[in-house]
Write a new protein. Sequence first.
Length: 167
Amino acid sequence: MTDHGEPRWLDAEERAAWLSWIAATTLLEAALDRQLQRDAGMPMAYYQILVMLSEAPDRTLRMGELADRTLSSHSRISHAVSRLEERGWVRRETCPGDRRRTFCTLTDEGLAVLAAAAPGHVNEVRKYLFDRLTREQVRQLMEITNEIRAGLTGEFVDPTEGAPAHV
């Protein structure tokens, strides 16, 4: 808003960039979700949970931390973990020192499912995103998305920290 209460409308270039961003991210998320559903029988949200657990010490996180890392609500993560538990990919355990807290652990079966799904997923990420960009564009994309994320969360994201190969 301006000082006079008027919205700061997007100019033509900003509007074009905004609409392009929305289309690209929507199409990319849908393509990745379709591939995971087709090849691994799971939605992207489940894959993300398995990845976060695979990277945690002892493949275990508190449910609240898992929700934070996946940018999910506590109720949404609880529902997803219930479905993953039914498949035998994760298990929940009450924290021994604090019965109010629950841990989620990636099982050996869940790790095997993730290991089988990862190559196809990474191939799709490369195909639709990284193979289309130059190294400089990848760096710019990282800087731009880190800036957007920092504006939304107030957290600084260290661009030098590498992500694991199976993301």
